[in-house]
Design a protein around this ligand. Sequence first.
Ligand code: F6R
Ligand code: MG
Ligand code: MG
Length: 383
Amino acid sequence: MRSTVSVIKADIGSLAGHHVVHPDTMAAANRVLAEAKRQGIILDYYITNVGDDLELIMSHTRGELDTKVHETAWDAFKEATKVSKELGLYAAGQDLLSDSFSGNLKGMGPGMAELDIEERPSEPIAIFMADKTEPGAFNLPLYKMFADPFNTAGLVIDPTMNEGFKFEVLDVYEGQSVILNSPEEIYSLLGLIGTPARYVIRRVYRKADNMLGSVTSIERLNLIAGKYVGKDDPVLIVRLQHGFPALGEALEAFSFPYLVPGWMRGSHYGPIMPVSQRDAKATRFDGPPRLIGLGFNVKNGRLTGPSDLFDDPAFDETRRMAAMITDYMRRHGPFMPHRLEPTEMEYTTLPTLIEKLKPRFKKEEDVAKAKPSVYTSKDQGMD
Ligand code: F6R
Ligand code: MG
Ligand code: MG
């Protein structure tokens, strides 16, 4: 049976700052999704949050970019925003860039990943959702899951995986993509995806039969709106087992708390911390960037689950290391490389600062000429 899992997310406002979604806004979204399920638009759904992002997980048989499914998500975000405004939650409706819905959600603010597949007899999937980072943050774990035999034993052991995978990489600045084959082209692949702000792994396919293995959201809000309007906090869906990464191989890719951009004011690098749903709130310095993982089975377009995948002491050391890296990075204060490079900072006073100081910048030769009058003996404290 052909079915689709659509994960659509938006920040529609949060409690006490950009840190956690309020349960009443989730209840409002729930009413909309329950009604859509009653009408048969979607077959199943699950609502959660990571930090300030409201995450709608919906299953149906209507394919990608379906008007009715997207309209349902839009209505859910709108209803949640109403509650957000009533409660005076912070940044109510932040990610909804348009007033009216037209056709689908592309370019309208919400981020989305849609997995459109012919279901296998058992279809296990994992959905990863992160806050305080951007879509390219999934490049490193996707590479590990689908191309690195030190992470994924199946690449060596499972004959279907042994042929390798194809990576569809999107240049988010130019809006064009390229397919690169692993293992033959891994150096070229790494050459691109090592620049995650620009090159994002959008989809991975299994080479043996072209089966879709993963889908990432690719929306970068600041590129859509042309200015900072909020975070591009990403989602990722991965198909598991039987020729795809085993659940444990997919999770293993997150055992190292690598650095991602997007922390505090969208302008700092920090370690990604995999947590349970319970701990999915952004606190210290608005972070550190959080990741949750939910495991489901899809059957006849219905969802069984979830299992809260990082709610596990096996990830305690990863979290502890992330906390140590948090301390280490924070001690750099406003200095790079904790702070992002100016072009990637979400919003910044740097251009105005440079403009303001422009008249006070002097050429080196003029400084030399002016020296006697500028640096008087008095200034040097020699009087
Ligand atoms: C937003 C975020 C936060 C905010 C910060 C300042 O998702 O990551 O770090 O950027 O809290 O927010 P404002 O400018 O709204 O006061
Ligand atoms: Mg926010
Ligand atoms: Mg967020």
